[in-house]
Design a protein around this ligand. Structure first.
Ligand SMILES: [Zn+2]
Length: 317
């Protein structure tokens, strides 16, 4: 690097990871033990209505935890799932109907908003984000799997919310997570960033796409980069992963070695894509870019993929 990069501050925490929850999967099938956990004095539940999270206003930060009785007492309460234990204290997630959550916005005792806003605004303690991601992803799966995809019969939640069984054809259905490859194509001191049609003005980020059946992560990285931006990539280096419960995805973060130069944008997928040099990207992270360009919010893995390249470069094995 020829010139010093702008100071980009301490490294923030990646959102939704580092869960303090011990999932205690061995308890899920134990109906009596689960009932005892629900009754215990230190049991607490998150209350989730579709995209909305219900928070209780306090004098400090809003509290996302309710007693199980209070959580089950909300109008429109549906499934309850056992998330696990935090220092032995049981944690549950209770689904309420999205319309019921929306109605609670009018109640001054609660703050009701979406998880993305909660995370980006730092509205609650960061340690609540992983269990909220777990609960939201799991309850979203329940809401979309009320009927058996095999025979069409109504399914029933079992195993503390970790399986749905079909009473007609006996098929067992398990919660699913959809893997997404998210990547930064790089060539030395330059990288390719893109803009989705739904991005706010000035925001640039990594390219991303769902990994398809029968496809390795590395192949998905190369395919998506070629399809969306026309860039051919060679070696791929895994960086980190992040649960992304919008809906239940797992973002698999990578750096990719770009071996072609010309960008050809798929306009159905991307609004724009272009090369940036390291100094310009550093100024975007520092929010000092002369045109107001910005990197993604630090809660998202894209920020960390980009920042790691800016600070440390990438070693392809
Ligand atoms: Zn069935």
């Amino acid at each position: 690097m020829s010139r010093p990069l702008p100071h980009i501050g301490p490294k923030p925490r990646l959102g939704y990871v580092g869960s303090l929850i011990e999932r205690a999967a061995e308890i899920r099938h134990d109906v009596a033990a689960l009932a005892a956990l629900r009754e215990s004095a230190d049991a607490r539940a998150y209350v989730i209505g579709g995209e909305l999270i219900v928070l209780r206003k306090t004098e400090a930060k809003p509290d996302p935890l309710f007693s199980c009785v209070a959580a089950r007492g909300f109008a429109g309460a549906a499934e309850t799932a056992f998330l696990g234990l935090v220092d032995g204290a049981p944690r549950f997630a209770v689904a309420i109907e999205p319309a019921a959550a929306t109605a609670l916005k009018a109640d001054d005792a609660f703050e009701v908003t979406d998880l993305r806003s909660i995370a980006v605004r730092g509205l609650i303690e960061a340690d609540h984000l992983p269990p909220l991601a777990e609960g939201k992803a799991l309850l979203n799966w329940h809401a979309r799997h009320r009927f058996c995809p095999n025979c069409g019969s109504a399914t029933q939640a079992v195993e503390a919310g970790w399986r749905r069984d079909c009473p007609a054809c006996k098929t067992q259905h398990f919660p699913r997570t959809d893997p997404v490859a998210i990547m930064l194509p790089v060539a030395g001191d330059r990288c390719v960033l893109g803009r989705s049609h739904r991005f706010q003005p000035g925001l640039w980020s990594c390219l991303a796409g769902y990994i398809e059946p029968g496809e390795a992560t590395e192949d998905a990285v190369r395919r998506e980069t070629r399809e969306e931006a026309g860039i051919v990539c060679g070696r791929v280096a895994y960086f980190a992963s992040q649960p992304w419960p919008f809906p239940p995805s797992l973002m698999i973060g990578c750096h990719a070695e770009a071996i072609s130069h010309d960008i050809v944008i798929d306009r159905t997928e991307l609004a724009d894509a272009r090369w940036f040099d390291r100094e310009e990207v550093a100024s975007m992270i520092a929010r000092e870019h002369p045109d107001g360009f910005t990197a993604p919010a630090s809660v998202a893995i894209a920020y960390h993929i980009i920042r790691a390249w800016v600070e440390d470069g990438v070693e392809f094995g």
